[in-house]
Design a protein around this ligand. Structure first.
Ligand code: CP
Length: 312
């Protein structure tokens, strides 16, 4: 297979295993390209991409921009806080106006779950979801799967644990869909108040005890507490959260698993969900994830541009 089955990347839930494998293998080729002295290829010359961000971002925004530039696309960046959204312009009007300037694709981050699907139904261009509220973050899940594949080979039957604020995490949901499609087993761990009530229906194992969860898994993916999405307090204090769910070397040592592969999508709250020595240690692949984000996003943009051409 050399083409995606979809015109957009809105989430992992509705893409096929073939789509995922095509993105991962294409990213492998692009990773080789961006490690050469000349990192740029002409693949998206004459394609114009708008990155529209209604929420803050460091990794996703910069790696999309870098991916677009490495593919020779023309790039425009839109930040909602400095735009006419502040004067009351709607999302659809905003994007229709951007498209009128002959823009071909839109990469969007938005605080509202479903915003990308809503937009894709109303405008005529490929949309890439760069994170929509607590819903999905498909490019993060794909770069996580790529990074894990580099470490472990096939993910079939591998046991992956996601720890932290699962309730508010788009990374958790997209990772669950992606890892399961690739044959892995997924578990989550955190305070019961931060675990979605019906998550077991997704075939996900639930642990409330971090030590037991770590004894079960091959890899741990640590998430931060998303205080910006919490309207009420879900645990007594940050200190108590850290005592129960913070990852530390002492905890890994106590189960003889100091070499456990550690992931984190960033941004890290050092000393809260993970100690600094672990985040910076040899078992952490956190910066590999960031590095792989560029290759994954190049692959997605390149493949979507291909499906766009074949539809015209
Ligand atoms: N992982 C992630 O989405 O980071 P940013 O919010 O900095 O893009």
């Amino acid at each position: 297979m050399s083409k995606l089955s979809t015109k957009h990347l809105l989430g992992i839930k509705n893409i096929t295993v073939d789509d995922i494998n095509l993105i991962l293998s294409t990213a492998q080729n692009f990773k080789e390209v961006i490690n050469r002295p000349i990192k740029k290829v002409p693949s998206l010359r004459d394609v114009t991409i708008a990155n529209i961000f209604f929420e803050n971002s460091t990794r996703t925004k910069l790696s999309f921009e870098l991916a677009e530039k490495r593919l020779s696309a023309d790039v425009i960046n839109f930040s909602a806080s400095q735009s006419s959204v502040k004067k009351g312009e709607t999302l659809v009007d905003t994007v229709k106006n951007i498209l009128a300037m002959k823009v071909d694709m839109v990469v969007m981050r938005h605080p509202n779950p479903g915003a990308c699907v809503y937009l894709a139904d109303r405008v005529d261009c490929s949309i890439v979801n760069a994170g929509d509220g607590a819903h999905e973050h498909p490019t993060q899940a794909l770069l996580d799967a790529f990074s894990l594949h580099e470490k472990l080979g096939s993910l079939k039957d591998k046991k992956i644990l996601i720890v932290g604020d699962i309730l508010h995490s788009r990374v958790a949901l997209s990772n669950i869909f992606c890892l399961q499609k690739l044959g892995a087993e997924v578990a989550v761990c955190g305070p019961s108040t931060l675990i979605p009530k019906h998550i077991e229906e997704l075939n996900v194992k639930v642990f409330l005890n971090l030590k037991k969860a770590l004894q079960w898994c091959d890899v741990v993916n640590v998430l931060r507490i998303q205080l910006e999405r919490q309207d009420i307090q879900y645990f007594p204090t940050i200190r108590e959260y850290t005592m129960q769910y913070g990852l530390s070397r002492e905890l890994l040592k106590s189960i003889d698993r100091e070499d456990m592969i550690i992931m984190h999508p960033g941004p890290i709250n050092r000393g809260v969900e993970i100690t600094s020595d672990l985040a910076d240690g040899n078992s952490a692949i956190i910066l590999n994830q960031v590095e792989n984000g560029v290759a994954i996003r190049m692959a997605i943009l390149y493949l979507l541009a291909g499906s766009m051409k074949s539809n015209t």
